[in-house]
Design a binder for this molecule. Structure first.
Ligand code: IMP
Ligand code: MG
Length: 178
């Protein structure tokens, strides 16, 4: 792995494809055990979580469903503070066991805004699986139940995460060079 350039910024290798895949497998195993006979519904937050969700879902060997919503809150390397629902949930979640799939919990604003809408619909249970967690950036009290990596408060990209729409296609994760 080597340094990459995206637009005007330089990014250094941070989490390798192998580390990521091992971690995704570990989370999948935990979910297979915890949700045996519960038939969870994975709700994936687009765009960032698409790659993590696809890899995670392939490790699931119990009955499970998956659905997608699209929330937007980021522009460039900063959270804008307001969250827009670009594609909403088209399913009833009452009495279902919900696992929210996120790429990263940063300020926590996205889920802080969205979770009450889910809780209103009375799911049987609600947990969060996030590949990355930046506790130093968290403003709202959101802590994932399943965490891939706890990372420092630095901008990262790759493996679904973007900088201005770019670099989501990388299989590894890179960190902004400061
Ligand atoms: P929030 O601040 O927890 O609401 O995070 C909102 C969304 O911003 C996340 O789901 C990501 O899609 C995106 N995001 C947050 N931090 C980063 C980052 O370091 N790189 C790329 N995207 C990020
Ligand atoms: Mg996201």
């Amino acid at each position: 792995m080597h340094t990459i350039q995206v637009k005007n910024k330089t990014f250094i290798p941070y989490l390798s494809e192998k580390e990521i895949q091992e971690t995704v497998n570990r989370i999948g195993k935990e979910i297979n055990t915890d949700y045996k006979n519960l038939q969870p519904l994975f709700i994936v937050i687009l765009n960032g979580a698409f790659m993590f969700a696809a890899d995670l879902f392939k490790t699931i060997n119990i009955d499970a469903e998956i659905s997608f919503i699209k929330l937007i809150s980021y522009k460039g390397t900063r959270s804008t503070g307001n969250v827009i629902t670009a594609i909403g949930l088209d399913e009833l979640i009452k009495n279902k066991h919900i696992i929210i799939v996120e790429d990263i919990i940063d300020t926590g604003n996205t889920l802080h805004t969205f979770l009450p809408q889910l809780i209103d619909q009375q799911p049987a249970s609600l947990k969060i699986a996030s590949l990355l967690y930046k506790p130093e950036a968290t403003i709202y009290p959101i802590k994932p139940d399943y965490i891939g990596f706890t990372i420092p408060n630095k901008f990262v990209l790759g493996y679904g995460l973007d900088y201005d729409g770019l670099a989501r296609n990388l299989s590894a994760i890179y960190q902004l060079q400061e």
